[in-house]
Design a protein around this ligand. Structure first.
Ligand code: ADP
Ligand code: MG
Length: 651
């Protein structure tokens, strides 16, 4: 003989409220066969709803065993219980428990979504069921636009969506007027005729009279179990297991995801302001990070370009061990004979020493402080300076300690009027009268065009007549075209070590400067960006906060979804998607805002351009997704772990 469809063996349900455990159900034995129509009656508080919840796998028995078609349920996981609810049971509640923002069709569809039915199929089925229940002209109405009786019929359609072999109706007529109540019972009767197993809770004996079997409860116990007809309908009833299993796995998962996505989108758009404020943290964080990185890369690019413009084949030799060596000032070994030795090397295109001082510059009644550099005729070529007017001084003039100077455009503008030609005029460098022989062209310097006045005179004159120092501050070499820069640097170092008897100098080529600049700016950018990341984290916490609120607000909805068969994973997915969606949208806004900043920025700052890299955009997107997942996880898990009965009870 087949096992009964539903069987309770010594089932108890104990609530732990206050000090005393309370037995809402006590030692209940019950067998219900397929195709029966059972009415459960009893006074309020006698445990009817508790019994229904256990029968419908919404709740666990505290003691005893519950078997469905002979299968013990106590060791089923929440996953399997959800599957039971989804595939075999259909709940009808006293207060309908429809989702207020979905229309009749969408409400009916929910169990089929979680069962993985194809969209077109489930829609067609929902429409067919609703039409059969007399709601063909109310398909697009939301619960608020339907009468109580109509809402209850929508909930029947929802209960039948996945087959619903066992319909569990907990006081289905309780909230209805007597006419709608009668229609409701007629409908349940009809379903019973078609083979559905129906379990109906009521406190109304007249309602109970519709059923073939009446079970009476009091204080958590069954006190009467009366069969008014022989249970001859068993054969007609459908046993659990007939129904096809859930739809195809991949398609089903996709369908559920798209539903979760739709729900998340709905939740966001129904609280627009709140969503926007939540996103603000993410927007600001992403904008900060993307802009800082873009600025850093722009600055770096600018410096690199400038250094490249100076020529990559220039090597500078200076005393000391490296930049900022404090003993460098006491090392006086870079002397004119080094210069001659370097000039003799085949791989060197041109070479210039430099010694620098600062002196007052005077022409007629105008006085200005200028930076005076003693150089050789090769300097202008090494530095890539072009002449605007006049010419550079010559090798002969250098040899003769000639009192001639080349000035830069700043100096020309400072000392001479626009109409005056500086070439040929005599200016005073400190006390030394010098004739201006040339004016250089404007040249971008690496760190913006400064306002310094630069004056160059032959290094021999500077050493002999102006400063009186027999050594150079540095020597700069331009390596011959086609010769390897690194090799040249090595050769020069060897040559000078031989001459000086030791390494009391260091060389730096624009290559090494480039490397240093790259390293420093990258470090700086990373540092500032990591500070900006803090605002991202703060934004993430904001998302978590709002998601927790959202879960609390929608506890009832979660309960309904679980009652009709949503898995924990489905609930989790819905809230995670919402969190990720908020963060992704925030991220997208942040990226747009960054571009807006990048567009406005050049209007205020001309020397640096922001350089947006694809990498920073991609990492911004990945970042916002991660933030959504990380900070959405806790609220989503809270939602998924809700107890369906508790969640349903809350409003
Ligand atoms: P009925 O549906 O027959 O009116 P219920 O099954 O809802 O009764 O409740 C049976 C008893 O269990 C009641 O006394 C109720 O107070 C108690 N009860 C129900 N749910 C809980 C709960 N979550 N915690 C504590 N007691 C509960
Ligand atoms: Mg009840």
């Amino acid at each position: 003989m087949n096992p009964p469809l539903l069987e309770l063996r010594g089932v108890a349900r104990i609530y732990q409220t206050g000090d005393e455990p309370f037995r809402a159900l006590d030692d209940v034995d019950l067998r219900i066969d397929a195709g029966e129509m059972v009415a459960i009656i009893g006074p309020s508080g006698s445990g009817k709803s508790t019994l229904m919840n256990i029968l419908g796998c919404l709740d666990h028995a505290s003691a005893g065993e519950y078997l469905i078609a002979g299968q013990v349920t106590s060791d089923l996981e929440s996953q399997d219980l959800a599957r039971m609810r989804r595939t075999h049971f259909g709940f009808i509640f006293q207060r309908y428990h429809l989702l207020p923002h979905l229309d009749a069709v969408q409400n009916s569809e929910i169990p089929a979504i979680y069962a993985g039915l194809k969209k077109s199929e489930r829609k067609a089925r929902a429409i067919r069921l609703l039409a059969r229940l007399g709601l063909g002209d109310r398909l697009g109405h939301r619960p608020g636009q339907l009468s109580g009786g109509q809402q209850q019929r929508v909930s029947i359609s929802r209960a039948l969506m996945n087959g619903g072999q066992v319909i569990l109706a907990d006081e289905p007529t309780g909230a209805l007027d007597s006419k709608s109540g009668e229609e409701m019972l007629a409908l349940l009767g009809e379903l019973h005729q078609q083979g559905q197993t129906i379990i109906l809770v009521t406190h109304d004996p007249e309602v109970a009279a519709h059923a073939g079997r009446i079970i009476e409860m009091r204080d958590g116990r069954i006190i009467r179990d009366q069969r008014r007809q022989p249970s001859g309908r068993v054969a007609a009833g459908r046993a659990i297991g007939d129904e096809a299993a859930d739809g195809s796995r991949l398609g089903a998962a996709l369908g559920r995801s798209s539903e979760a996505f739709r729900m998340a989108w709905f939740a966001m758009s129904s609280h627009r302001l709140r969503t926007l404020l939540t996103m603000l943290g993410i927007i600001i964080g992403i904008t900060a990070v993307v802009c800082v990185v873009a600025l850093g890369q722009g600055a770096q690019q600018k410096i690199v370009d400038d250094i490249n413009a100076m020529g990559t084949n220039v090597i500078t030799i200076a005393p000391g061990q490296g930049w900022g060596d404090t003993r460098a000032a006491t090392i006086h070994t870079l002397v004119p004979s080094d210069l001659d030795a370097l000039k003799a090397q085949g791989y060197i295109d041109s070479v210039t020493p430099s010694l620098t001082t600062s002196k007052l510059l005077r022409y007629r009644n105008i006085t200005a402080s200028a930076s005076i550099t003693g150089v050789s005729e090769g300097y202008f070529r090494v530095r890539g300076l072009d002449i605007d007017r006049g010419g550079f001084f010559t090798a002969a003039e250098v040899r003769q300690l000639a009192q001639v100077v080349v000035i830069d455009p700043n100096t020309a503008a400072k000392l001479f009027s626009a109409a005056e030609d500086p070439v040929g005029k005599v200016v005073l460098l400190g006390g030394l009268p010098c004739r201006v022989v040339g004016v250089t062209k404007e040249k971008d310097s690496p760190f913006g065009n400064n306002q310094n006045l630069n004056v160059w005179l032959p290094y021999t004159s500077a050493m002999g007549r102006l400063i009186g120092q027999p050594y150079f501050n540095s020597i700069t070499v331009r390596v011959a075209e086609g010769f390897d820069n690194e090799q040249a640097e090595k050769n020069i170092t060897e040559l000078l070590i031989r001459r000086h008897g030791g390494a009391d100098f260091y060389t730096s080529s624009s290559d090494t400067i480039l490397k240093t600049v790259n390293e420093t700016t990258t470090t700086m950018t990373l540092l500032i960006a990591s500070i900006a990341v803090i605002s991202l984290i703060v934004g993430g916490i904001g998302v978590m906060n709002i998601m927790l609120v959202s879960v609390t607000e929608r506890t009832h909805e979660i309960g309904i979804r679980m009652a009709v068969g949503a898995r924990q994973g489905d609930i989790m997915q819905q809230f995670l998607i919402e969190a990720v969606l908020v963060c992704l949208l925030g991220g997208a806004c942040g990226i747009l805002l960054s571009y807006a900043v990048g567009w406005v920025f050049p209007l205020f700052v001309s020397s640096i351009r922001m350089k947006f890299s694809l990498l920073s955009i991609v990492s911004a997107v990945i970042c916002s997704t991660l933030i959504g997942v990380v900070f959405g996880f806790l609220p989503a898990r809270n939602a998924a772990r809700l107890d369906p009965v508790d969640a349903l009870a809350r409003d």
